[in-house]
Design a protein around this ligand. Structure first.
Ligand code: GLU
Length: 306
């Protein structure tokens, strides 16, 4: 089967499931999304693309943004970043505060909220919040090769209105000396990075460097070193799906990062970047149909890191 046939088949197989799961409602602007949306896009290292469903419709990438800010922070801070954030799975919820107390304000990994807030703080050092937001969006526009990528400000404001837990995490870490910037500034950037809207096609294209040892196979540009690319993939595999990361590795077998908007970016090293979107979430906050679609895509392509 060709890649387009596989993607079409996965889309057809999902027909009975589409609409399943529960749309995130703790951010009011996300609660309004139609649960029957489904998009899937694959971009291969050879330059092939295939997509199905609502693959061109932008959605809120939410925590998928954490992979891209981690890339930028590693480039900026190098290994010193690991003094401020760990790389162990948590086994607790994405916004948990309990572990932080035991671990003296050093979050377990950069893909949970506390860790991502530290990563954002690293990007903010020596920059204004506005400049930092612009740099993140500019990075995604370049990586997606699409200047239309932008922020859904309604979602960003909605996050701000309901962001007490994130504010608590930030204040708590600051009390341990693990936040350099002002909490308001760090959250300003964090809420906007989460509210970036991208389509599956843009997201898969943007993540392609992670499938190609840190270079963009379309342009030849080096985005990040090969070693760091492996490390980001390792963290996605062990920590990319909140406290269900083991389950995702078991079911799909690829590094991936999910967001509460229902998007998942998955990486098949040396093969392709894959983005899927279906807003209904399972009980652990990961896209229910998106995970199923990736499982089927993996089975039909044979892509797995195992
Ligand atoms: N902006 C969301 C929050 O911090 C991100 C949640 C997610 O996608 O995991 O609550």
């Amino acid at each position: 089967m060709s890649l387009s046939e596989i993607v079409e088949q996965v889309h057809r197989e999902m027909a009975d499931h589409i609409g399943a799961g529960k749309v995130a409602d703790y951010i009011p602007a996300l609660a309004e999304i139609d649960p029957r949306k489904f998009g899937l896009a694959v971009v291969t290292c050879d330059g092939d693309t295939a997509s199905a469903g609502d693959a061109d419709e932008p959605f809120s990438i939410q925590s998928v943004s954490k992979v891209f800010t981690l890339t930028l922070a590693l480039e900026k801070a190098g290994v010193a970043l690991w003094e401020r954030v760990g790389r162990e799975p948590t086994g607790s919820a994405f916004n948990s505060i309990v572990q932080l107390e035991h671990e003296a304000g050093i979050p377990r990994n950069p893909l949970i909220n506390a860790g991502a807030i530290v990563v954002t703080d690293e990007l903010l050092a020596d920059h204004t919040p506005e400049q930092t937001v612009e740099d993140i969006v500019a990075f995604l526009r370049t990586r997606a090769d699409d200047p239309s990528v932008g922020i859904d400000l309604e979602v960003a404001w909605s996050e701000g209105d309901t962001g007490d837990r994130n504010a608590s995490l930030a204040h708590f870490m600051r009390s341990f000396g693990n936040l350099k910037g002002r909490v308001e500034d760090v959250l300003h950037v964090y809420f906007r990075q989460c509210a970036i809207a991208m389509s599956c096609r843009q997201l898969a294209r943007a993540g392609l460097y992670l499938a190609h040892a840190g270079t963009d196979p379309m342009t030849g540009e080096r985005v990040i070193s090969e070693v760091r690319t492996r490390r980001i993939n390792a963290i996605m595999m062990s920590c990319g799906h909140y406290d269900a990361s083991g389950e995702f590795a078991f079911q799909v077998g690829l590094p991936g990062k999910s967001g509460v908007g229902g998007g998942i970016l998955a990486i098949a090293p040396r093969q392709a970047a894959i983005a899927v979107w279906s807003p209904g979430l399972n009980e652990r906050g990961n896209s229910l149909v998106g995970t199923l679609a990736l499982e089927r895509l993996g089975a039909l392509t044979g892509w797995s890191v195992f």
